[in-house]
Design a protein around this ligand. Structure first.
Ligand code: DAH
Length: 347
């Protein structure tokens, strides 16, 4: 009996030693099979119990079971330990540094033309101008005739137009929106209309597609001094409170009288004879304006003896270039991110 006892203890002790030394889960499984498996060493020892006298069997059986549970427990403990080690090792391999700053999500920025339109609309919105838009594909009639530029009128030469079909043009100005609005609603009208316009022209200061914003205010007794007041307010809000405006008589078929409007140079204030933007004149032309021609009221179905109004139209690129000191208009349309990113994320 003591022989078998010793055998069991020896095998058990050996197994425990192996378990302690095991470095991998697979090894542990091998040990389990070699000790506790059907043909395992402990199982074999139990089988040999058949040869011992029956009265000794319970003692030996209990001993063997004791070892069996010891080994099972040791296997389990070691298994858990090895699993933890395996997880730690794999974490070590794919090490994540949660303190590294995350990548900034890519958000685009608004184009300077968009921000300029919004800035202009915001300023004039404060004095009651509502924004409305017209189509870029326009009839010859609305683009020209309805704003008092008949066929063969020399004023058509001022706007080299893309004709895209019989009687259909890419609008060369936003002025047709004046007529669309007046035909759409009765007076009073106080609108702003921004958008793209097209002319067959291309150099550092001209692009075949550019943007304008049209303004129209029609009501009883709107006068030239209202026009000056609105433009003065606009210039001071856009370019700074020191800014002055000046009106020079000019001709546009849809207004009478008509004027070209300058703002005082925001860079040099007229003090630098070599100023790169005003060329030393102290003034920068920014828009055309005037009192709405009675002919337009007739065509719109308004009574010229009942209402008056003023209109103005300005190039948005020019304003954006002045606001941001952009030297070449083409930068605005080249889609170069190095240029566009300078305007930051504004929404
Ligand atoms: N439509 C003119 C142009 O493109 C700009 C303009 C001038 C608009 C005078 C107006 C205005 O409304 O009154 O050159």
């Amino acid at each position: 009996m003591s022989d078998i006892k010793a055998q069991i203890a020896e095998k058990g002790t050996l197994a425990l030693g192996q378990i302690t030394a095991a470095a991998e889960l697979a090894q542990l499984e091998q040990i389990r099979v070699s000790v506790l498996g059907k043909k395992g060493s402990l199982s074999e020892a139990l089988k040999s119990l058949g040869q011992v006298p029956p009265e000794e069997r319970p003692v030996l059986g209990a001993l063997a079971n004791e070892w069996k549970s010891k080994i099972e427990a040791a296997l389990e403990t070691k298994k858990t330990a090895l699993e933890v080690l395996a997880i730690e090792a794999s974490l070590e391999k794919t090490k994540l540094d949660v303190t590294i700053p995350s990548r900034k999500p890519h958000v685009g920025s608004l184009h300077p033309i968009t921000t300029t339109v919004r800035a202009i609309s915001k300023v004039l919105g404060r004095i009651g101008f509502d924004v409305t838009v017209g189509p870029e594909i326009e009839t010859d009639f609305l683009n020209f005739e309805a704003v008092n530029i008949p066929k063969d009128h020399p004023a058509r030469d001022m706007q080299d137009t893309f004709f895209i079909g019989p009687g259909v043009v890419l609008r060369s100005q936003t002025s047709p929106v004046q007529m669309r609005e007046m035909r759409n609603q009765s007076w009073p009208v106080r609108i702003l209309s921004p958008g793209a316009v097209y002319r067959c022209d291309s150099d550092a200061t001209h692009s075949p597609m550019f943007h304008q914003i049209e303004g129209l205010w029609v009501d009883r007794k709107v006068s030239m001094s209202d026009l000056k007041g609105v433009l003065d307010f606009f210039a001071k809000e856009m370019f700074g409170t020191e800014t002055k405006i000046r009106l020079r008589p000019s001709y546009f078929p849809f207004v009478e009288p008509g004027a070209e409007v300058d703002v005082s140079c925001m860079l040099c204030g007229g003090k630098n004879h070599q100023c790169p933007i005003c060329k030393g004149t102290g003034w920068l032309e920014i828009l055309g304006a005037g009192m709405v021609h009675p002919r337009l009221f007739e065509l719109a179905g308004y009574r010229p003896d009942e209402v008056t109004g003023f209109a103005f139209g300005m190039g948005i690129e020019r304003i954006a270039m002045l606001l941001h000191g952009i030297p070449d208009m083409r930068f605005l349309f080249q889609g170069d991110l190095r240029f566009l990113k300078q305007f930051g994320v504004q929404r």
